[in-house]
Design a protein around this ligand. Structure first.
Ligand SMILES: [Zn+2]
Length: 233
């Protein structure tokens, strides 16, 4: 971590709402996960069962379901067509486990469907990770050395890729959750209104973390623009 002198620029105030929302979203996910991982679904199906069921129902017999180490490490890997579930999700029949498994499997179904926002998101991964690393460094150098002013503009363009990525992530995540809930409701995996609403709360909390990340990226971009404009005056 390098020292960031732009934190003393008045634009740093924009980081406050982003930090508050991020902390709030993390707390909400932890509390929802804590609560709904203790409530078993009456169907008794585990996260792994539900993932397999959704894949088979969509004809995705070649997509694998595997266990992965860690907590909340669940994800779908499009390169090897594999849904990876943390052991707490894979082996558990809690509402939280079923909701997370169905959500991740939703990404596999999006992939198979050629869902456009997912394609766009995947295509932007390299540019976004480049932009999120390089952008802030260019801004810091341009901020410190006035003869390297042009780096401020370059940094803004680089970081804009990261912002775009965070924004495209939103429809991808919301859509995976709505596919998950539709399946859980219609297939009868979750049998009561209470079970469905538990799963919905779990997924809404998770979605909020993506909203917080997108807001943080947008505010950071605005901060960089503020810094660059201050330099023009
Ligand atoms: Zn997701």
């Amino acid at each position: 971590m390098i020292f960031d002198p732009t934190l003393f620029h008045p634009s740093a105030i924009l980081l406050i709402p982003a930090i508050i929302l991020t902390v709030y979203a993390q707390a909400k996910v932890s509390s929802a996960y804590g609560r709904y991982s203790r409530i078993r679904s009456s169907s008794g199906r585990t996260g792994a069962d539900v993932a397999r069921e959704i894949l088979d129902k969509n004809g995705l017999y070649d997509v694998k379901v595997e266990q992965v180490a860690g907590n909340l490490t669940d994800h779908y890997d499009p390169r090897v067509h594999t849904v990876r579930l943390s052991s707490g999700v894979y082996n558990s029949s809690s509402l939280a486990a079923i909701a997370v498994a169905a959500h991740e499997t939703g990404h596999a179904v999006q992939h198979a469907d050629g869902y456009a926002p997912l394609k766009l998101r995947t295509a932007f991964v390299p540019l976004a990770s480049f932009g999120s690393q390089i952008g802030p460094i260019l801004i810091i150098i341009g901020f410190i050395m006035s003869s390297f002013d042009f780096l401020l503009t370059l940094g803004i363009y680089a970081f804009a890729f990261a912002v775009f990525f965070q924004i495209v992530t939103l429809p991808v995540e919301f859509n995976a959750s709505s596919r998950a809930l539709a399946f859980l409701e219609n297939s009868g995996v979750l049998s009561s209104r209470e079970e469905v609403s538990g799963a919905r709360r779990m997924l809404s909390a998770a979605a909020l973390t993506y909203v917080a990340a997108a807001l943080g990226a947008i505010l950071t971009l605005l901060r960089f623009i503020w810094i660059a404009q201050g330099r023009d005056d």
